[in-house]
Design a protein around this ligand. Structure first.
Ligand code: AOF
Ligand code: ZN
Length: 356
């Protein structure tokens, strides 16, 4: 194996470890780390949940007693630039320097303004050899929620919808079933990995969704529902109090006594979408899944307030109905899942990270 292949190989292990923290670490990014001595992994770890030790700390702590003398001679691979500030935990740069580690390999820099390259600079100043940019596109993609939130104060917005083969989302006033059991479960997995999920009034009324993670282990995201005039009935699943639910409305008094937190916003404001995303960001929502309906999806696309789209196309043909939005972005992947085709898109305008 060449040096480059070796670095790529251990970085992939870091990514796999990092992904184990998805859905638990927000608003922190998922991060994985491995310690390698002479082509043997002597320790590895990942950031398990927000407030818990960082990946580097876990990796160092995992090295068994009889191998600890090798730590200063080992290379530390980390999927993200090590932090250099006292936050919930002490800086990882201190740990690396204290342990006498002399070589660190990093995928991408931490775009959080308090780090942003200073972690790497501190290590280099301390005599550590640091290689950055290993599988960088993939590394950036992994931390995209945190990067967008830390640099803009807004969540990463993922549009999700299903369309018929002839481009309709459904019939007016009626739900049309396009998903299959596999794609349904996949959506629940996505929910478990994201901070919040949003629907507008008509979807809440017509589908009466729960928006919970029932078909995959993990927690349910915060539910955000738009109800400008406060016309949603109290008996909806969204108001069952099982999951934190925020109602964006011009009529906050309407929701007194219900287990929901109103967010009062004027829907006519020209920058409504921006205000809404800023408000969610201020509440530490770093990722938002938008599940409909059609008007809300069209609106967010028109306002260019989306970052990623996950579109299911089923086999049904309706001939008429509610037109599905057109997504113009970079096609990242196409995956057949039973009778559905899943297409994954990235917004080329807002995107400041690329996929590997
Ligand atoms: C790392 N390793 O595993 C993670 C990092 O609030 P704190 O103390 O958890 O620190 C937040 C900072 O650490 C912030 O810059 C975030 O991007 C980074 N996360 N850093 O060295 C890790 N999860
Ligand atoms: Zn750290």
């Amino acid at each position: 194996m060449s040096d480059m292949e070796r670095d790529n190989c251990y970085m992939r292990r870091c990514f796999d470890l990092a992904r184990l923290g998805l859905g638990q670490v927000s608003p922190n990014p998922p991060v994985g780390a491995v310690l390698v001595y002479e082509d043997q992994i002597i320790g590895e770890g990942y950031h398990r949940r927000w407030g818990a030790p960082h990946a580097e700390v876990e990796a160092v702590a995992s090295v068994p007693e009889h191998l600890r003398h090798l730590i200063p001679k080992a290379t530390l691979y980390v999927s993200l630039e090590p932090c250099c500030v006292y936050g919930r935990t002490p800086p990882c740069t201190n740990l690396i320097l204290d342990q006498g580690i002399k070589r660190v390999v990093v995928s991408c820099l931490d775009q959080s303004p308090e780090v942003a390259g200073r972690g790497v600079a501190l290590l280099r100043a301390g005599g550590v050899e640091v290689r950055t940019g290993v599988l960088e596109d993939e590394g950036r993609w992994l931390v995209r929620f945190r990067s967008k939130w830390a640099t803009t104060g807004m969540p990463w917005v993922i549009l999700k919808f299903a369309r018929t083969r002839d481009g309709f989302m459904g019939l007016p006033e009626r739900q049309v079933w396009i998903s299959n059991p596999l794609t349904l479960r996949l959506v629940h997995r996505w929910r478990s990995e994201l901070d919040a999920i949003m629907v507008a009034t008509n979807t809440a009324l017509i589908d009466n969704p729960r928006l919970t993670t029932r078909l995959w282990p993990g927690r349910s995201p915060v539910r955000v529902v738009l109800d400008r005039r406060g016309r949603l009935p109290e008996k909806l699943h969204l108001f069952d109090g099982t999951v934190p639910t925020w109602v964006v409305t011009e009529q906050p008094a309407r929701f007194r006594g219900l287990p929901v937190a109103p967010i009062e916003l004027g829907f006519d404001a020209p920058d409504f979408a921006y205000q809404l995303l800023k408000e969610l960001g201020a509440r530490r929502i770093t990722s938002l899944l938008v599940e409909g309906g059609s008007a809300l999806l069209h609106y967010l696309i028109r306002e260019n307030c989306w970052d990623e789209a996950r579109v299911f196309t089923g086999n049904k043909v309706l001939g008429t109905g509610v037109p599905a939005p057109e997504v113009h972005g970079r096609l990242m992947d196409e995956i057949h899942i039973g009778d559905n085709l899943l297409t994954l898109w990235a917004n080329q305008v807002t995107i400041h990270v690329k996929q590997g």
